[in-house]
Design a protein. Sequence first.
Length: 459
Amino acid sequence: MRACRLLVLFSACLILPTSGFAREPEAEIKKLSFNHTTLQNGLEIYSIEDHFSPTVAVQVWYHVGSKDDPDKRSGFAHLFEHMMFKGNEHLTPDTFERLTENVGGENNAYTAPDVTVYHEVVPSNYLEPVLWAEAERMASLALNDANFNSERDVVKEEYRQRILANPYGEFSLAIDQKSFAVHPYKRPSIGNIAELDAAQLPEVKAFHSTFYRPDNATLVVVGDFKASDLEAWTKKYFGPIPKPTTEIPRVAVVEPPRKEDRHEVLSSAKAPLPAFAVTYLGPSVRSNDEAALDLAEEILSGGQSSRLYQSLVYEQQVAQRASFDADLREDLGLLTFRVIVASGKSLPEAEKSLNDQIENILKNGVSEAELDKAKNRFLTGKLMERETNNGKASALGEAAVIYRDPNHINTDLAKYQAVTTSEIKDVLNKYLAGKKTALIEYLPEAKKETAKPQDTKKP
């Protein structure tokens, strides 16, 4: 039965190549029906009742991310991703494991620039205790020196593993840091050791009381439940949490347009090969250009048949890796070309090859076949994600919190289906052609002295 269901969903997005065939009308994608309520304390609740499997997904989206970290305290939102599992007077530190993993479910969390999200998937008869536990950690946490110090050490160790031990970890952090002039998106979500060491417990408590509150949260529940039960349990467990009287501070900083190109040269003894990134400022995720930019990303770097892989990695062999990322966030986005130079090739060679590819796509655009393939890959991935309760919950939470339009879950895929080759070309020219860039070069330590700004023609 599941295979049949997948086939029906896939038929909604598969697009036949146009070569030799008349383009068939694109099938309509089935819409998801959701319910929405708001408690008196401001908690937004979205739900989708689906009895296909005896499981339920629960997500709590807090509208606080790394961009909201206090000044000179990067990593606070990430720290709270960990602190929220430490319990309180009613929750032990292993409560979520007992309520999820011990019954065949799962739980986790992630921190992003704009949000922090906690999520669980459990057998449906465990929905009530999971809701109770989420309400408990929203209402109060065991914010003491012991928990703070232990979780700070965990985050610092994560930084050592993901950033310091990774040959290109510091390069990845530098891309945001060197690309944004004033916007707090320049701060790393993972934080840094010096600022974490400088943090004090009163600052942590203030951050929690400022952002972890019902009127800054969205609860999403998808799966096998009764609407009447969900209504009763949310009122019972979340309803008594008071709404603070203080306003929620929001980032008001506006990133200015770039007035000149930037060039930064960094080095590391860990880097086995040179690397570089070229970035352009992009629009908000709510821009009408989002769909075209996402499909452009798929065309340029979606797999081994993509433009950048075929040209820079396979044919010219000037790059070990090459990618384009359209990272669109709430306030603005960053469009990033990233290249790790192939062994035996020079940085100028790789930079020229990338510039040639950018010029080519700006001048000539993309083919119908490329766009069809990009749509097939992108839409199939989205539909496969929405086959699960957790995937549907993620899509609904993102629509409600990031896009500020819960019905976005029912309109977004149609926008991708409607994108044309001319729109791809126009949007790329809009954000790349003639725009100021940030060039970040990352060199093995011994090669730093030879690095100079490259006089290559820029699109």
